[in-house]
Design a protein around this ligand. Sequence first.
Ligand SMILES: [Fe+2]
Ligand SMILES: [Fe+2]
Length: 468
Amino acid sequence: MGVKETTELQGGAADFINQIAVLLRTAQIHSMNNHAFVSLIDKFVSSAAELLINEKTLALELRGEYFYLNDFRVRYSPECVMNFDFLLREFRKAELGSVIIKPGLVPEDMKTFIRVFIASSFLQRPFDSMKGELSSLPGLEIRKIRNVSEENADLDIKKLVRKTYFSAVSYTKGIFHSVRSGEKVNLKKAKRVVASLVDRLVEQEQLLLGMTVIKDYDEYTYYHSANVSILSVALGHKLGLNRAMLIELGMVAIFHDIGKIEVPHEILNKPGSLNDNEWGVMKKHPQWGVRSLLKMRNLDDLTVKASIVAFEHHVNFNLSGYPKLKNPSATDLFSRIVTVADKYDAMTSARVYSKVPISQDKALSIMMETTGKEIDPLIFKFFVNMIGVYPIGTLVMLDTNEIGIVYENNHLFLSRPRVMIISDNRGDLTKGRVTDLMEKDGNDAYVRTIIKAMNLKQFNINLADYFL
Ligand SMILES: [Fe+2]
Ligand SMILES: [Fe+2]
C-alpha cells in the first residue's frame, strides 16, 4: 500500500463512519424500504467499492474509544463527533468489535447487516445472534468486541461516579460547618473535589446527572448545593465553557446558598409556609452569603466571583427578584446559569415548607413559563436539551402498561430515553431492567412509547433506591 492510498483511506475513513452512523439512524426512524434509506445504502456500497480499489478488505474496528480503519486510527473532527459517539455506543451495545467489508459487497448485504445490527442490541446475546444471521453473507464479516470486562468497567465507572457525587456532598457539608464555626475554608481541597466532578461530568454526564435526583430531606442544603453545582457545571459544559471556567463555576455554585447559615433554624426548617416577616429574613440570605464569603476568605478572584453569584442568584433575569439592585445592570453569566440549576433542583426537592416535590417534567414546564422573566431563555434552552423532555428520574407510563423511570437520555430523540422498568403490565413490581425506547419490533414499530409522566409521590417511590 503506497503513501497516496494511505492518505486516501484516511480521508475516506471519517466519511465511512459517518455513513454507517447515518444509515443506522435513518433505519431507526424510518422503515427499511424508505427511499432515503435505500439511496443511502447505494451510496455507501459505491464509496466502499471506491476504497476497495486499493485495499483488499475494509476492516472497521472499535478499540477502546477509537475506531480504526485497516489499522489506522480514524481522526475525530468536530463535525462528526456526534456520529462517532453514536456509532461507538451502538457497537458496544451489540458487542460488535469490527465489521469487515469485502469486494463482493452488494446493497442487499448491507441492508441485512443494518437490520440485524439494530435488532441485535435488544437481545440477550447480541453478538452471537448477529453472527448467526450474517454468516452466509459473502460481502461482509463481523467480529466480537475484544474487551471482555466491559461489564466490570461499567460497574467501576458507576462506583466512581457515586464516589464523586458523595464526596461533593460531604465536602459541601464540611464547608458549611467550617463557615458556621468561623474557620478558614481550605479551597485547595474544594478545587480537587470540583475538578474531579468536572472530569466525571465530561465523561459520564448522564450518570452524574442521574445522581442529582437524590435529595435528602434532613440535609437538604448540602445535597442541594452539590446538585446545583453539578447541574451548573453540566450546563456550563453545554454552553461551551472550558475546563478552568467549569471548575470555577462548580466552586462558586457550591457557595450560592452559604448565606442560609445565618437564617435562624426555626425559619429554615419551619413546617408550613413562611409569614411575611419570616420571608423577609429568608430573603436576606444573598447579602448574608456575601458577608460570609468575604469573612472567610481573602479578597481573591474566586471569592469575588462566588460573592457575585451568592448575591445575584435570586435577582432574576429581568431583575424582578431579590435583592433589588440600586443600579440595575444585567446579572453575571455564572449567576444566570446557577439560577436555572437552583430553581430546578429546589422545585424537584421535597422541603420543609413544601412537602410534595414537583415532578421533573412539570418543573421544566413551570420554568418554561418564566423564561425571559426569571430565567435567561437561551440558557434554559440548553438546559432542556441537557435534561431531556423527560428528565432522568421521571416516572413514566408506557403504552405497554409498564411503568418505568427515565434512566438515561437520548439527546437526538428526546422523547425516547432509556427507561428502567419497575412495574410490569400486570402492575407487579419488577427487578429494574433498563430498556431502550428506540427498540423496534419486526414490523418496524417502536416496542415501547411514553404515554405520560406520572407523579412520583403517588407511588411512594424513592428514586435513590434505583440510582444507588
Ligand atoms: Fe438561594
Ligand atoms: Fe439554592
